[in-house]
Design a protein around this ligand. Sequence first.
Ligand code: C5P
Length: 219
Amino acid sequence: MNKINIAIDGPAGAGKSTVAKLVATRLEFIYIDTGAMYRALTYKAFQNKIDFHDEEELNLLLKDTNIQLTSAGKVYLDGEDVSEQIRSQEVTNSVSFVAAHSSVRHEMLVRQQNMAQSGGTVMDGRDIGTAVLPNAEVKVFLSATVEERARRRYEENQAKGIPTDFEQLKDEIALRDKRDSERATAPLKKADDAIEIDTTQLSIEQVVASILEIVAGRT
Ligand code: C5P
């Protein structure tokens, strides 16, 4: 398999990370979860009591921050494993404010482009096909109705024993999508040359198979 880059974008809860991880495993590629990078910075901002609307402070903080993603899916923030902490409600509901700042996005973009320099990556996020890897050989945009995305998250939470209000969860997902889609810099958007897959009625395995088929057609 040629060492191409695969960009997978889409709204919250569309199954990007599950699918991207499986595609990466099948192709023996590296999976890069760019959302985890924004989450790690948001978590650190919480710890340092930095205002999410203070772009300058956040950018300074990021410059002094090491974020490492391991092949086992762990996220290290300045050497500390924060894989669990960055998935908290607190971080989830604030991350899109931190991710809206253009200087923060620029620094993240440089780091993400470096990670994909040698190819062989499956990178998921919101702006991979449009901004981070505009020349990615394969671009996929995963969508699903907000109802279905909320249902999947709800079931995940139930399985983990996290009490969840379905309507509230749905509102939070819709609000995060709205913020991510309406920001000025690199908003959530399907790249013109991305292939959209509506996953509402599809199983994870069906989505993975579709992507592998697209990859096979491009290599
Ligand atoms: O993918 P995940 O839900 O973990 O992403 C968390 C948040 O990080 C998104 O809601 C968005 O605000 C931000 N993000 C982004 N650009 C990316 C990846 C994530 O703005 N490429």
